[in-house]
Design a protein around this ligand. Structure first.
Ligand code: ADP
Ligand code: MG
Length: 286
């Protein structure tokens, strides 16, 4: 390898807003043919908002937001932030929480006012054997269920929007002859809606954080050379497994640490730029 070419690649990347973690990171990344995109926070803004509240019979909206908002205050998840924002906007005060447990890819559990509050996906509730007691709407919005001491208290709908740059980025990746895959812990319906909007080739939905790296392994075992773009704590192992791991700069520390490349701007159009750069730099070396 010629260190000069690698250093030039690193320097050119910095100009484009692509931070390459030293020449080694670039050299380690072989020429990719597949790009895996995390959905929440990467393809979507991750700035979610509460769009509806459905308290269970006998419960008020305030009740639902009080418990769910308090519990979610312990979480770093974008979905949690939306619930907390809505709760703070509508309620004078939220209680302090006791012990908090994040349940990656599913939700969270926290002690609120001496009671155990569970918030998260329908899958989490099914795993805990809790029946929501009301209909869970199926659609693009993420349903956040809440229960107090095992009793369901309602459902909060949280919606997210696709980043304007995602459509252009996926189109550019296709023009470069790359296959694109949307990877998410979210349910199939929401994943398909986003996939259709941005035009990716493939979708892997309902993938738990621990399994994201396994999906990467599978793709690589099948002969693909994979770049992964992610932002979350959940994406760390997958970013480390990818041939080329790319983290959004506003992502979690773990994502930033696991990636080969950090994308400084919150604009997905730098993803095709970064792959072209890695490609070109490696071609000069070989
Ligand atoms: P993605 O892979 O799209 O970034 P995650 O793996 O972080 O999504 O989460 C998958 C699903 O788990 C979410 O769509 C949501 O239903 C649920 N979930 C995870 N964390 C939380 C939380 N703190 N509150 C509510 N729901 C959550
Ligand atoms: Mg994410």
């Amino acid at each position: 390898a010629t260190p000069t070419a690698l250093m030039a690649g690193v320097g050119r990347g910095a100009q484009l807003g692509i931070l390459i973690k030293g020449p080694d990171a670039l050299e380690a990344s072989r020429k990719v043919d597949t790009v895996v995109l995390d959905k929440t926070g990467t393809v979507t803004t991750g700035r979610m908002t509460v769009t509806a509240c459905h308290p269970a019979p006998g419960r008020s909206r305030g009740d639902l937001l009080w418990f769910a908002g308090a519990a979610e205050a312990g979480s770093e998840h974008a979905i949690a932030a939306a619930v907390v924002t809505a709760a703070r906007a509508e309620l004078p005060e939220l209680p302090e929480i006791g012990e908090f447990t994040a349940l990656p890819g599913l939700g969270a559990e926290a002690i609120v006012d001496g009671r155990t509050v569970l918030v998260g996906s329908p899958r989490l509730f099914a795993e805990r054997g809790i029946t929501p007691a009301f209909d869970v709407p199926v659609g693009v919005a993420v349903p956040v269920l809440a229960a107090v001491d095992g009793e369901p208290i309602g459902l909060i709908e949280v919606s997210d929007v696709v980043k304007p740059s995602a459509v252009a980025a996926v189109a550019a990746l296709r023009d470069q002859g790359l296959r694109t895959v949307l990877l998410t812990g979210d349910h199939e319906v929401a994943a398909r809606a986003v996939a259709a909007e941005i035009g990716v080739d493939d979708v892997r939905a309902g993938v738990l954080p621990a399994d994201k790296a396994r999906v990467l392994d599978e793709l690589r075992s099948a002969g693909a050379r994979v770049a992964m773009v992610g932002d979350g704590i959940n994406d760390g192992p997958a970013l480390a497994t990818a041939d080329l791991g790319m983290a959004m700069a506003r992502g979690s520390d773990i994502a930033l640490r696991s990636a080969d490349v950090v994308l400084v701007r919150d604009d997905l159009r730098v993803v095709p730029d970064a792959i072209r750069l890695a490609d070109r730099t490696l071609r000069i070396i070989r």
